[in-house]
Write a protein that binds this ligand. Structure first.
Ligand code: BV8
Ligand code: ZN
Length: 264
C-alpha cells in the first residue's frame, strides 16, 4: 500500500482510538490554545504568520508595555478585536461545544481570549434545543478580549468599540481601561485557574487542542492529568513537548479532526 494511504489509514485508526477513549471516559478536560481558532481566521501567536512573529510578546502583552506605551498596546488589541469580530467559530469549536453539552463530566478550558468557544456554546445549544448552554462555556484562564477592565479600580465593562487613539477612561475613577486579559507576569484569576487545575486532576482524559504548551501555568494542566493517572489525547498541526506523552497524537487541523474524534 502506498505511503499516503498508509498514513491516512493510521490516522483513521488513531481517530477511532481517540473516539473510544473519550466515549469510555467519565471525566474529560479539554485544553485549547490559539490553534483551535486558526481556521476561523485568527492568527496564532508563535506559528507562521503568528501575531507575535513580528513583535515579541513582552513588547505588547505585559503591564510594563501598557504602562510605557498605552496607545500602542491599546491599538494592538483594538486591531485584534476588529479581526475577531469578522471571525466565527469553526467546526472544531462546535464539536467541542456539542461534546460538553451532550456528555456529563466535560470541562472546557481555553487559553484563548477570542470568545469563540462561548459563541459556539450558544449556537450549538440552540441547535440541540438545550436551554442552558453553561456546560459548554469554557474556563477562560487568560481572560476575554471583548471585556474592558479599569487598570485602577478593576471595574469591568463590555469592550468599547471606538477608534479614539489610546485607552478610554473609566467612568467611575477616570483610570485608563485595558482589555480584561492576563498579561505576562500577571497572575491568573485564582478561582478560574483553581477550577481548571481541579478538573485536570480528576480527569480520566485530557484532550489538548492547538497549543504549543509553552505558557504556564495553563501548559501544566495536561501534566496534572497524566500525573494523576489520566490519559492525554493531542490534536495539533505539529509535534509539541506533550506529543510523546500522549496516548493518541493526531497530527492535523483541529476543525477537521475534532468533528471526527467527537462523534457526539
Ligand atoms: C504567571 C495574553 C505567575 C492575552 C497570554 C517559567 C516557568 C513557568 C512560568 C514562567 C516561566 N517563565 C516565565 C513564566 C511566566 C509566564 C510564561 O509562562 N512564560 C512563557 C512564555 C515561558 N507566564 C505568565 O506570566 C503567566 N502568569 O505565571 O503568573 C507569575 C507572576 C509574576 C511573575 C511570574 C509568574 C501569564 C500567562 C498569560 C500570558 N498571556 N496572552 C492575549 O493578548 O492573548 S499568553 C498567550 O500564549 C495567549 O493567551 C495564548 O493562549 C498563549 C499560549 O499560546 P498558544 O495558545 O499555545 O498559541 P501558539 O501560537 O503558541 O501555538 C499555537 C499551536 O496551535 C501550535 O502548536 C500550532 O502547531 C497549533 N496549530 C496551528 N494551527 C492549527 C493548530 N493545531 C490544530 N489545528 C490548526 N489548524
Ligand atoms: Zn476605574
Amino acid at each position: 500500500m502506498e505511503r499516503l494511504a498508509l498514513l491516512s489509514l493510521r490516522l483513521e485508526e488513531d481517530v477511532e482510538r481517540a473516539n473510544s477513549i473519550l466515549e469510555q471516559a467519565n471525566q474529560i478536560v479539554v485544553l485549547t490554545g490559539a490553534g483551535v481558532s486558526a481556521e476561523s481566521g485568527i492568527p496564532t501567536f508563535r506559528g507562521r504568520g503568528g501575531l507575535w512573529r513580528s513583535r515579541r510578546p513582552e513588547e505588547l502583552a505585559t503591564p510594563e508595555a501598557f504602562e510605557e506605551s498605552p496607545e500602542l498596546v491599546w491599538e494592538w488589541y483594538q486591531w485584534r478585536r476588529r479581526l475577531i469580530a469578522e471571525c466565527s467559530p469553526n467546526a472544531g469549536h462546535q464539536a467541542l461545544a456539542r461534546l460538553a453539552l451532550k456528555k456529563d463530566g466535560v470541562t472546557l478550558i481555553t487559553q484563548n481570549v477570542d470568545g469563540l468557544h462561548s459563541r459556539a456554546a450558544q449556537t450549538e445549544a440552540k441547535a440541540l434545543n438545550i436551554l442552558d448552554a453553561q456546560a459548554a462555556f469554557p474556563l477562560e484562564v487568560h481572560g476575554a478580549i471583548n471585556r474592558d477592565r479599569c487598570s485602577l479600580c478593576d471595574r469591568l465593562t463590555d469592550a468599547v468599540s471606538h477608534f479614539q487613539l489610546g485607552p478610554p477612561q473609566c467612568n467611575d475613577c477616570g483610570g485608563p481601561l485595558r482589555p480584561d486579559v492576563v498579561w505576562f507576569g500577571e497572575s491568573l484569576d485564582p478561582i478560574i485557574i483553581g477550577a481548571a487545575q481541579e478538573a485536570a486532576l480528576r480527569a480520566d482524559v485530557c484532550l489538548v487542542v492547538g497549543t504549543s504548551a509553552l505558557v504556564h501555568p495553563a501548559a501544566g494542566l495536561p501534566s496534572m492529568t497524566l500525573r494523576a493517572g489520566g490519559l492525554l489525547i493531542e490534536v495539533n498541526l505539529e509535534a509539541t513537548t506533550l506529543t510523546n506523552q500522549a496516548a493518541v497524537s493526531l497530527q492535523g487541523r483541529s476543525a477537521s479532526l475534532l468533528p471526527r474524534v467527537i462523534k457526539a
